[in-house]
Design a protein around this ligand. Structure first.
Ligand code: NAD
Length: 512
């Protein structure tokens, strides 16, 4: 049983929390706006936070600039050792932090704990990476010359994160940025500031114990106004922003106009193709977890099922049966499959999407709707629903961040891939098949256009070892594993002449 007041105490969440932190120091401007954070689970106030002003943001940036000068000179493996300790601190705090993620955001406790596990995993990954920030060595065309490349720290990394992965997204960025020698300023979602405050305390205890200078980890609590300051700020060479495509287009344009670097992780409209050669029982688990997990509020949530006409009716029936068994309620109760949406505005958007779908001709195989009263008194609980649609409907082309699953019928694999790719977003995709030709066609140059393409796994979730992100309206960024670290560093090519003459490249002669 989770006792939330114990959890808040353990994680150093006060009744009213400060607006910014440069590490050990916390503060707020006089008269700062105070915002109460309520839980979508039961509608109760959890704690309050002060909202940062531009002056608070300035104080964070000034301290981050100071910290960068020393942090970048710490050898990368030594930085990695500190990240290893942060991973240990996360292990010790996993239960409490996972519970707070669940209570503040509304995902199931299992998923809250899973999110903290991802933070631990990326910390481990970053520790190994701290000894592998490799550049290449090239052969010079000139005699007695050596050429190589190296990666240097970039500076202050601005992290703007979304509510749905309130802590993991920060860690994917911060753990890598820190081993790369960067310092971070994090602006979490205004909907989930408390888990961010908890993370800042956990990381800072480790930095302080290691005598690390104030400012390596900065936190600024605010809404889009602080995000806009970050996007405009030439002192932040990289902005890593996770959220809606609307936000990403604004941030990308602003950062691009100052020729800064942006890493954009935006919305998805993810589909599973279920072929006539699929294992339908496996497909069912992938589809239902993908659509209903986190109440459909994952960037990788399954939004569309593209089903071969020969198995369409049978699979639809399986889905309807499975949806009849989904238990909706308090996400901290492990008997429930699905918790609430983040807030009542999200419920309104869900209801509007259902209405629009019906107007466009969608037929509901499982009806949706808002759940009222009793355990649902927060007003944030809805029913997961299933609609039979056509891919070109405007509502199907749009990412509704809620448990609405669209069914689409196809005849040929080429048609299925065309439907899968026929949306503005390009994050995650999957095919369920035991047929080699279908699987390889799906993964080929003529296959899925998404950043993630899976075979016999659903669209939802990913391992930290791979590069994570997507194409088109998803923003093109890649973070987490593989060589995603390179975006957090600046690359330099070095040529060294150890001869006694100065030959020019391309054989050019310049005699004096
Ligand atoms: P959102 O776009 O409303 O907000 C995300 C963050 O951006 C918040 O911190 C917000 O304050 C900030 N922000 C909003 N407008 C801004 C602006 N103009 N300038 C600077 N900052 C701004 O998104 P949300 O509702 O919190 O999250 C849901 C969305 O995030 C979905 O579209 C989901 O698919 C996406 N998401 C994507 C990924 C991914 O990795 N691709 C991961 C998680 C969530």
């Amino acid at each position: 049983h989770i006792n939330i007041s114990d959890t808040l105490k353990h994680l150093h969440i006060d009744v009213i929390n400060e607006a910014f932190s440069t590490g050990s120091k916390w503060g707020s401007s006089a008269g700062a706006e105070v915002k109460t954070v309520t839980s979508p689970v039961d509608g109760k106030a959890i704690a309050s936070v002060k909202m940062a002003t531009p002056a608070d943001y300035e104080r964070a940036v000034a301290q981050a600039q100071v910290a960068f000068k020393t942090w970048r000179t710490v050898p990368a493996p030594k930085r990695g050792e500190i990240i290893r300790q942060i991973g240990e601190a996360l292990r010790q705090n996993k239960q409490h932090l996972g519970a707070l993620v669940s209570y503040e955001m509304g995902k199931s406790l299992q998923e809250g704990l899973g999110e903290v596990q991802e933070m631990i995993d990326i910390a481990d990954f970053a520790v190994g990476l701290s000894r592998q920030l490799h550049g290449l060595t090239m052969h010079s065309e000139r005699p007695l010359h050596r050429m190589y490349e190296q990666y240097h720290p970039l500076g202050i990394v601005g992290i703007i994160s979304a509510f749905n992965f309130p802590v993991a997204v920060w860690s994917w960025n911060a753990m890598l940025a820190w081993v790369c020698g960067d310092v971070c300023i994090w602006k979490p979602s205004e909907k989930t500031p408390l888990t961010a405050i908890a993370c800042q305390h956990i990381a800072q205890a480790v930095f302080a114990a290691n005598g690390v200078e104030e400012g390596v980890s900065c936190l600024v609590i605010g809404d889009r106004a602080i995000g806009e300051l970050m996007a405009n700020d030439t002192r932040l060479p990289l902005i890593s922003a996770t959220g809606s495509t609307r936000m990403g287009k604004a941030v990308g344009a602003t950062v691009g106009a100052r020729l800064g670097r942006s890493l954009l992780e935006l919305g998805g409209n993810n589909a599973i193709i279920i072929t006539e050669n699929a294992d339908l029982d496996m497909a069912l688990i992938g589809a239902v977890f993908g659509a209903v997990g986190t109440a459909g509020q994952r960037c990788t949530s399954t939004r569309r099922l593209i089903i071969h006409e020969s198995v369409y009716d049978a699979f639809k029936q399986k889905l309807v049966n499975a949806y009849g068994q989904i238990r909706i309620g308090d996400p901290l109760d492990e008997n429930n499959h699905m918790g609430p949406l983040i807030d009542q505005a999200a419920v309104a958007a869900y209801l509007a999407s259902i209405a629009e779908c019906k107007t466009e001709g969608g037929r509901f195989a499982v009806e949706g709707g808002k759940l009222e009263g009793g355990a649902y008194a927060s007003g944030c609980y809805v029913k997961p629903c299933i609609a039979e649609v056509e891919n070109h409907y405007k509502i199907v082309q749009h990412e509704t961040f809620a448990p609405i699953l669209y069914l689409i019928k196809y005849k040929t694999i080429e048609e299925a891939i065309g439907l899968q790719n026929g949306v503005p977003q390009g994050l995650s995709s999957a095919i369920m098949t035991n047929n080699l030709r279908e699987a390889e066609t799906f993964l080929s140059v003529a296959g899925s256009d998404c950043g993630i393409a899976n075979v016999n796994i659903g669209t939802s979730g990913a391992e930290i070892g791979g590069a994570f992100g997507g194409e088109k309206d998803t923003g093109g960024g890649r973070e987490s594993g593989s060589d995603a670290w390179k975006v957090y560093m600046r690359r330099q090519t070095n040529t060294i002449n150890y001869s006694t003459s100065l030959p020019l490249a391309q054989g050019i002669k310049f005699d004096l």
